[in-house]
Design a protein around this ligand. Structure first.
Ligand code: ZN
Length: 190
């Protein structure tokens, strides 16, 4: 039990020392604070005095500064105007192209083509599809009811055909080839 008694005395002594140290540091900071504050406000005042003091520079130097400022303002103004009046097409303007002899049209949802389907290149009728079996291999034929002609026959079903077109659209968007079609389809609008 004596050991526990001496432990508590030791704890009290350590606690007293820590409390004393905290008070000493706190007192020092308290004593120092007004001096530090005065130094800080003096520093701000001298910076302000420096910034507002008159400087003597050659007049040609002022003209250079004016010219640089005017050029900067003009550049920013022109950029803003160009951005505001821009008619640059984006890839979402690319909603039509020709694949496998048919005209394909689509729209975009979450950046991907959707609602993709084929139209007759001659009369613009929506094409109908039918399946044929060719020695067990499924083939899809696109047919125009108005012109009474088959426009294309491709291996696979309807989804395979649309998937093939989507891969071409994806390729042309990545390579930038889509711009050729958009510019050809919609002549420059100013
Ligand atoms: Zn047709």
């Amino acid at each position: 039990m004596t050991s526990s008694g001496s432990d508590s005395i030791k704890t009290n002594v350590i606690g007293g020392v820590i409390a004393g140290a905290v008070l000493a540091v706190g007192g020092a900071v308290w004593a120092f604070a007004p001096a530090a504050w005065k130094w800080f406000t003096d520093l701000l005042a001298s910076i302000w005095a420096h910034l507002t003091s008159a400087a003597t520079v050659p007049t040609w130097w002022l003209y250079i500064l004016y010219a640089i400022s005017a050029a900067a303002v003009l550049t920013v103004a022109l950029r803003v105007r160009a951005a505001a009046t821009s008619t640059e097409p984006t890839f979402t303007d690319y909603t039509e192209d020709r694949f496998m002899g048919a005209v394909w049209r689509w729209r975009y949802a979450h950046g991907a083509p959707t609602g993709t389907w084929a139209f007759c290149p001659r009369c613009d009728t929506v094409l109908v599809y039918s399946y044929q079996r060719d020695y067990g291999d499924l083939k899809t034929t696109l047919h125009c009811e108005t012109c009474r002609v088959d426009i294309a026959t491709e291996p696979g079903d309807r989804d395979d055909l649309v998937g093939k077109v989507h891969r071409q659209i994806d390729r042309k968007i990545r390579t930038g080839e889509w711009k050729n079609y958009v510019e050809r389809a919609a002549p420059a609008q100013t």
